[in-house]
Design a binder for this molecule. Sequence first.
Ligand SMILES: [Zn+2]
Length: 154
Amino acid sequence: MKAPNVLKFWKQRGYSPKLLMVLSAMPNFLYDLLLYLLGTDERFQVIVVFRHFFYKNYVGLSLWPFIILKEDSLKDDAVLINHERIHLKQQRELLILPFYLLYVSEWLLRTILYMDSYRAYQNISFEREAYANEADMQYLSKRKIFGFLNYLMR
Ligand SMILES: [Zn+2]
């Protein structure tokens, strides 16, 4: 995507004029990188099936750029795929590794808070965002950067 389109993309998402000015001073390859990290384009999404990988009732997992599924048939489960795509988006915008650190830290904290590891998992902000929006197939195209923050407190 060329620079003017990128600016339009950011403008449509309501980012501040100051930020747009900084963006307009950047070279094109940085635009491309930012657009990939923060945009909605899922060009590196790879779905793989790995039967002997899952604990209990879990059937899907995302480890950027992979969506790992327990069964081949799950590829047709649009809601599940959308859930995992939301996680890929969260991972990208946090530059991958910090996502896992935050995810595990929040899970540990909530496990102590609730004394219930499954309830803790369900309430991790990343999971709350994914569960709340997994049925909305347009969600990723309208989501703002760091959308999971809206689900941190509830
Ligand atoms: Zn999830």
